[in-house]
Design a protein around this ligand. Structure first.
Ligand code: GDP
Length: 297
C-alpha cells in the first residue's frame, strides 16, 4: 500500500531499534521520539500537533511502568500506536441518521477536492446498506457539475434531483427534500458549489442552504494531497458553518499523511470517510485503529 509510505517507513525505522530491546533507557526513548518528531514533521503534520503528540507519548512511556516491563520496546511502540489512534479521533465516527427520514447530508468543499465524486461514492455506500439515497445537484455555477452528477447517478442506477442552473441552490435543496419525502428517499445528498478559494459569497450560500434545510450532517470534502492546506480549509469551514465531519479524498495518491493526522486534533471534527480512488466504490469509513496499524506496520 502506497499510503503514507515515507511516514510509515520513517516511523517504523525510528521504533525498530526499540522493538527488540530487552532493556530500554529513557535516553533510548528520547532518541526514538526525536526521530518520530522528524518523521511527523516531514509528513506535514503541524508543529503544534507534533509537539503535543511527542510529549504525551513521552509522558506515558517514561512515566509509567513501561520501561520496567518485560518487553519495554514493544510497550513503547504500543504507546505510540495508542496515541496515534487518539490523535485521529479514537474510533470510527458514524453518520448521524435522522429519526424521521429523510436524513439530509450536505457536502461542501473547494473545487477539485472531489465533492461531486464523493456524493456519488457516498450514495453507492449507503445504497449498499439498504438506503434509498437521492443525489441532488446544487452546484448551479458549473453546468458540468450537474451533468457529472447525472452521469454518476446513471452509472449507479440511483436517482439524481436537478433543476438546472437557473434556480437558486437553496430552492433546489428545499425541493429535493420535498421530492425525497414524496418518493420515499431516506437520504438526501446535496452536492453544493465549490470555489477555488474560500470566500464570503460561497460561505453565505452554504449558510443559507444550512438554514433552510437544516441538514443532519455537514461533511467537508478535502484533498489529502494538499496537506496542511486541507487542515486550514477545514478550520475555516468549521468556524463558519459548523462541520459534523470530514471526508479526506485521494488517500490512494502520494499524500504524506499530514492531513489525516492533524484534522481531528486541529479542528475537533472527525474524519468520517476516506476516498481511495476515482471509482464510485472507492470510499471507506475511516477507522483510526486501522490507519494507525497501517502506518506502524
Ligand atoms: P469537485 O470539484 O470537488 O466536485 O471534484 P470532483 O468530484 O469533480 O473531483 C475532482 C477530481 O478528483 C476528479 O478527477 C476525481 O476523479 C478525482 N478524485 C476524487 N476523489 C478521489 C480519490 O479519492 N482518489 C483519486 N485518485 N481521485 C479522486
Amino acid at each position: 500500500m502506497a499510503m503514507f509510505e515515507g511516514l510509515a517507513e520513517k516511523l517504523q525505522g525510528a521504533l525498530r531499534k526499540l522493538r527488540g530491546k530487552g532493556k530500554v533507557t529513557e535516553a533510548d526513548v528520547t532518541e526514538a521520539l526525536r526521530e518520530v518528531r522528524m518523521a511527523l514533521l516531514g509528513a506535514d503534520v503541524s508543529l503544534k500537533v507534533v509537539k503535543q503528540f511527542v510529549s504525551s507519548v513521552k509522558e506515558r512511556a517514561i512515566g509509567q511502568d513501561v520501561l520496567e516491563s518485560l518487553t519495554p520496546g514493544q510497550q513503547v511502540v504500543k504507546v505510540v500506536y495508542d496515541e496515534l489512534v487518539q490523535l485521529m479521533g479514537g474510533s470510527n465516527a458514524k453518520l448521524t441518521v435522522a429519526s424521521k427520514p429523510p436524513t439530509v447530508i450536505m457536502l461542501v468543499g473547494l473545487q477539485g477536492a472531489g465533492k461531486t465524486t464523493t456524493v456519488a461514492k457516498l450514495a453507492a455506500f449507503l445504497h449498499k446498506q439498504g438506503r434509498r439515497p437521492l443525489l441532488t445537484a446544487c452546484d448551479v455555477y458549473r453546468p458540468a457539475a450537474v451533468k457529472q452528477l447525472q452521469v454518476l447517478g446513471t452509472q449507479l442506477d440511483l436517482p439524481v434531483f436537478s433543476m438546472g442552473t437557473d434556480i437558486s441552490p437553496v430552492d433546489i435543496a428545499r425541493a429535493a427534500v420535498e421530492h425525497a419525502n414524496r418518493h420515499g428517499n431516506d437520504m438526501v445528498l446535496l452536492d453544493t458549489a465549490g470555489r477555488l478559494h474560500i470566500n464570503e459569497e460561497l460561505m453565505t450560500e452554504l449558510e443559507d442552504i444550512k438554514k433552510t434545510v437544516q441538514p443532519h450532517e455537514i461533511l467537508l470534502v478535502v484533498d489529502a494531497m494538499t496537506g496542511q492546506d486541507a487542515v486550514n480549509v477545514a478550520e475555516a469551514f468549521h468556524a463558519q458553518l459548523g462541520l459534523d465531519g470530514v471526508v479526506l479524498t485521494k488517500l490512494d495518491g502520494d499524500a504524506r499523511g499530514g492531513a489525516a493526522l492533524s484534522v481531528k486534533a486541529v479542528t475537533g471534527c472527525p474524519i468520517k470517510f476516506v476516498g481511495m480512488g476515482e471509482k464510485t466504490d472507492a470510499l471507506e469509513p475511516f477507522h483510526p485503529e486501522r490507519m494507525a496499524s497501517r502506518i506502524l506496520g
